[in-house]
Write a protein that binds this ligand. Structure first.
Ligand code: SF4
Length: 83
């Protein structure tokens, strides 16, 4: 029998990398790369003002192109989410 998974509620979501996720928001001219920093604009994570690199990831991943806005990579990010 498998051990209890405290993340069970998220098991129906796909885990993936920020650089391949449509909720990743980066600077207007930034490269889509492992070391690029950007803001996560997922509806459930946006209020954390979470700055993540291209090689970060989570199980709210959705494949797509990153959004772009000035200030997305600052610490803390100052860009508004582009939806
Ligand atoms: S933290 Fe998760 S939802 Fe946010 S950009 Fe990265 S993979 Fe997407």
């Amino acid at each position: 029998m498998a051990a209890a998974n405290k993340n069970e509620a998220h098991d129906d979501h796909e885990w993936g990398l920020c650089k391949d996720c449509e909720y990743w928001q980066i600077e207007p001219k930034a490269k889509v790369a492992d070391g690029t920093l950007g803001l996560c604009i997922h509806d459930e994570l946006e209020h954390f003002n979470l700055r993540v690199s291209g090689q970060s990831g989570c199980n709210h991943f959705k494949p797509g192109e990153p959004k772009r806005a000035e200030g997305s990579s600052e610490a803390p990010p100052r860009a508004a989410a582009v939806h």
